[in-house]
Design a protein around this ligand. Structure first.
Ligand code: HEM
Length: 278
């Protein structure tokens, strides 16, 4: 029961001398003092906040994804599905960030772009870890963070670990599908390449949904995640095009040309291929 004063207003807690406040619990002093503009341009605040918000969401995505890999490998499929649904919902949130960023015009961005030097989202280690968790292993981020041994170790572990798709393939094998044995003994630092035995297994799952309900659910959750990630990549590419046109990126790439090229990469190739085949 809440208390009310004489005028009928609710009495809320105001004495926090001995108690933890909301701000203390969330360490807002640290979080909200990390938006340090390098220029005095008004719009740089948007640029910093949108990146930080994206990184915070990526932190939660990684938390959920690695836990989902663990659950799948233990056979706790319902737990994994719940976490993967959460990942998709986070991804749908992040995508709306592009609408906000699109209010930044080329004329505004150009006024503080030089301040970034060679810093670029290309060096986002959390983004690379998301790619690692999904099986897209590119080593350049390891080189970039050699100067930070703790982070480097974490990145290396993620780089060398089986991805969520490797865990899904293990499940196909456990269900009795004749999966190419080389796939489960493979070098996990290599980018996953489509295999006919995996495609045949998924085709059977999609044709016999009732019999393989859990595998079917898993396949669809993975497709959700890849679909959202591709939509993120696409919106990033178009937003970059409207803000910097075809200028080269601060990270050293061709810019939009590079971002268009990464759109071609598929994380779970057989799950896309199977849609044509069944
Ligand atoms: C004005 C806004 C932005 C511009 C102009 C921009 C531009 C670019 C460019 C040109 C690249 C290619 C690499 C390079 O040469 O730099 C890139 C990569 C990247 N950016 Fe952005 N970006 C913007 C906003 C964002 C935001 C808000 C995020 C959210 C975290 C982000 C995350 C990334 C990531 C993760 C990559 C690597 C993509 C990959 O390798 O597949 N960017 N960006």
């Amino acid at each position: 029961m809440t208390k009310e004063d004489a005028k009928g207003n609710e009495q809320v807690h105001t004495d926090f001398k001995e108690r933890m406040t909301y701000g203390e619990y969330l360490q807002l002093d640290q979080l909200l003092s990390a938006q340090k503009r390098l220029s005095d341009h008004h719009d740089e605040m948007l640029f910093i906040v949108i990146h930080q918000v994206s990184e915070l969401w990526m932190k939660l995505i990684l938390h959920e994804l690695w836990a989902a890999v663990h659950s799948i490998r233990k056979g706790e499929m319902q737990e994994a599905f719940k976490m993967l649904s959460r990942v998709s919902n986070i991804q749908s949130q992040i995508i709306h960030g592009w609408d906000v960023l699109s209010t930044l015009t080329p004329a505004e961005y150009i006024q503080f772009r030089d301040k970034l030097g060679q810093a670029s989202g290309f060096q986002s280690y959390q983004y690379r870890m998301v790619e690692f968790a999904l099986g897209y292993k590119t080593p350049h981020v390891l080189k970039i963070y050699e100067k930070d041994p703790v982070l480097h170790k974490e990145l290396k572990e993620a780089y060398e670990s089986p991805s969520i798709y490797d865990a899904a393939i293990e499940k196909l094998m456990e269900a009795g599908f004749p999966i190419n044995p080389q796939l489960v003994e493979r070098d996990y630092t290599q980018i996953y390449e489509a295999d006919p035995s995996v495609e045949a297994a998924w085709a059977k799952v999609y044709k016999n949904v009732d019999e393989y309900w859990n595998l079917y659910q898993l396949a669809e959750k993975l497709v959700d995640i890849e679909d959202w990630l591709q939509q993120w990549r696409f919106r990033h590419m178009k937003t970059v095009e409207r803000i910097i046109g075809h200028k080269t990126g601060t990270g050293g790439s061709s810019g939009v040309g590079y971002l268009k090229k990464v759109l071609d990469h598929r994380f779970f190739p057989e799950l896309w291929e199977v849609r044509t085949k069944i």
